[in-house]
Design a protein around this ligand. Structure first.
Ligand SMILES: Cc1cc2nc3c(=O)[nH]c(=O)nc-3n(C[C@H](O)[C@H](O)[C@H](O)COP(=O)(O)OP(=O)(O)OC[C@H]3O[C@@H](n4cnc5c(N)ncnc54)[C@H](O)[C@@H]3O)c2cc1C
Length: 210
């Protein structure tokens, strides 16, 4: 089956395969049991409400699948922020990103040549599949905003352009969250975390704690 089948029946079958317990245990790993539903949710083929209802119907109780519900809720929460704030989400929402030295995107990221194996493989695959794992989205945003000190908006446009699940609320507000413009603390990726969740064993990269 292709990564993102386009027949509605196959999308519904994907709902039946969600394992919210395995999701809780493994979702942060690059090969974890995530659902790959975001292109369908972001395009309105299915709703978060429908996803939750289908899982509950299979007998899972809300308290056992809290993590899964929380992640679905993030999508709806970002949508509500967009509805409430409108075009203000195009700008730094809570405070100015700092420090910013450029409004570009590093060619190392565009070309998948950051020297961080897991990220470079993910970026190469991204151009083919239109999908990036959530953790890799965070790593890339952290590299762009917190190491290369690029303002979040242009790099966010690059990712948005290539994502099959492109959703401006989730995208812009997550980039701002990583960059500290929509959060009180930046998300700072580090190589140990990449190694753990992407099954690599690299040292001495741009993400290694000095
Ligand atoms: C920098 C950055 C940019 C992002 N850009 C987008 C985007 O353009 N479009 C988009 O749909 N999501 C975006 N996300 C959120 C998240 O990465 C994806 O929704 C998720 O990886 C999609 O894969 P999945 O369907 O396998 O998710 P699963 O982990 O299986 O989650 C199920 C569903 O819950 C929702 N969800 C899960 N995690 C999040 C989250 N952190 N924020 C919002 N919704 C979530 C999605 O609708 C997802 O399909 C972004 C995250 C970051 C850090």
């Amino acid at each position: 089956m292709p990564l993102f089948p386009t027949s509605y029946n196959e999308v519904l079958q994907r709902l039946q395969k969600i394992d919210p317990l395995a999701y809780r245990a493994t979702r942060n790993f690059i090969d974890g049991k995530v659902t790959y539903l975001s292109p369908y949710i972001s395009r309105g083929v299915i709703s978060t409400k429908q996803v939750l209802a289908s899982v509950l119907k299979r007998g899972y109780t809300p308290e056992k699948i809290e993590k899964f519900i929380q992640e679905l809720a993030w999508r709806d929460y970002w949508q509500q922020i967009w509805i409430a704030k409108g075009n203000a989400i195009d700008l730094d929402l809570k405070q100015a990103q700092h420090p910013v030295t450029n409004t570009d995107l590093s060619s190392a990221i565009i070309n998948g040549k950051t020297g961080i194996e897991a990220i470079d493989t993910a970026i190469t695959d991204f151009y083919r599949t239109g999908y990036l794992h959530n953790h890799v989205r965070m790593y890339v945003a952290s590299l762009a905003c917190n190491i290369a000190k690029s303002h979040w908006k242009f790099p966010a446009h690059w990712m948005y352009y290539h994502l099959l699940d492109a959703d401006w609320a989730s995208n812009a507000l997550s980039w701002q969250w990583v960059a500290g413009a929509n959060s009180n603390k930046k998300y700072v990726a580090n190589q140990e975390n990449v190694n753990k969740y992407c099954h690599t064993d690299q040292r001495g990269t741009a993400l290694t704690n000095k």
